[in-house]
Design a protein. Sequence first.
Length: 154
Amino acid sequence: MNKEKRIWIALFLVLTLMLILSGCSGLPKTAKINITIDPNPVPYYENGWWLYDIILDESNGVGVTLSSLRFDEYNQDEQLFNTQFFYEADEGIITSWFGSNYLPAFSSLQLQVDFGYYIAPGDEFAKYEVLTIEGVDDNNNPIEATVRIDFLPQ
């Protein structure tokens, strides 16, 4: 009987450990997008341009369909002075910039065109921008990620 008890206890422990390690929480995962700006802060390039790369990484194992990008520009007084929206549905802009509007699980997308911040002579200079990326993950969860992009003066 003592041997049979040990077998049942061992079986119970193994089953409990399997449940814990399998992640049976019953809740689907939500994607997580990390945005990297390289370099950040962004140095002045030339002729009114600051050039940088935007890299998107998914780090939680769930793919994301990207739907929009928003750039909020802040002046030297840190006041919002301009907002630009780019929607995949209207212009296919995300696909044209990144090569795809789908970010697979545990993958990266990098901007595939030269990208930068430009100011024409006489325009207000942004001290920084806040980039917000929105989408829907493979489990139909809305996803939003933001990053601050700082610009060094000329």
